[in-house]
Design a protein around this ligand. Sequence first.
Ligand code: HEM
Ligand code: FPP
Length: 312
Amino acid sequence: MAPTPSPAPAPAGPFGMAGAGALPSRLAQFYALTKPRVVQLIVFCAFIGMVLAVPGLPSRAQWGLMAIASAGIWLVAGAAAAFNCLVERHIDARMKRTAWRPTARGELSNRQALAFSALLCTAGSALLYWWVNALTMWLTFATFVGYAVVYTVILKPRTPQNIVIGGASGAMPPVLGWAAMTGDVGAEALILFLIIFLWTPPHFWALALYRVEDYRKSGLPMLPVTHGSEYTRLQVFLYTLILFAGCLMPFVYGMSSWIYLAAAVLLGTGFCLYGYWLWRDYSDALARKTFRFSLVHLSLLFAALLVDHYVF
Ligand code: HEM
Ligand SMILES: CC(C)=CCC/C(C)=C/CC/C(C)=C/COP(=O)(O)OP(=O)(O)O
């Protein structure tokens, strides 16, 4: 009888199996479920919300509060990502990009992934409730439900607008950060929410364009599969234009000075150019560059808010 083929070795996955190289392999598998690189940027955006909520330099106590709030948001966001990996294990197994995930490969059982997600969510919520404030805990928990249930379970398999509506949960971090420091939700935080909300469609659809075969196999109704490449590229371009306008709002509202404005104009022009080129002259390589640029755009834009806040 032929021996049962053993599964191919897990490739170094994009979400940190490689980055977690020094960790024992079991720990690395759990860590990979938290989609570490995505969650890092999420926590960074939450941190900027915290920084902007405190006029001038934070006190020692405020630095402490920021650290605890960041940890709490990190844990709950990781829990949401792990829950997504559990729910989508069969879909992930059909896509090249995600087939390496420990849940897709059956290396972690459903029970283990669920327990891990519940543990992180409980620990993060407890931190936020006892050491930050109840509003932040409830808003973060609502964000967990928004991503893990509303986006992953309800919207993603049903509508190509899944990531537009579901993007609202990804846009919450600055609101969570602001609430952690003030116990309130300020207009400034809502402006940052709007920026991430408008950024999400070009961020995701650029990726979906060059991963279209993966999404076709997955059975998910992503825009390039349901409406084709040209329509998706037009949407990407239009969103980069609206995003450009949205990114001017912190300056118009008086939250920032010319330092942020210069960064917003430069980064926005870059993203619009990518959107335009992609629309007019598509290639997978350009779509990949546009996706990568989306990450640079958001990271530097929020870093500019930080610099601006402390310089002015
Ligand atoms: C519903 C909203 C969103 C969707 C559907 C989405 C989708 C995706 C997908 C599919 C990837 C995987 C790329 C790959 O495997 O090569 C990705 C990567 C990434 N996303 Fe998003 N994203 C969303 C929101 C966000 C938000 C709000 C942030 C941060 C604020 C973010 C940050 C990142 C980062 C940093 C990566 C790169 C990960 C890596 O290099 O390993 N995303 N996104
Ligand atoms: C509490 C809190 C702040 C929660 C944040 C929720 C969260 C992790 C939002 C990020 C969005 C994200 C990882 C999208 C990936 O899309 P996908 O899930 O469609 O990608 P996939 O195909 O890689 O699974």
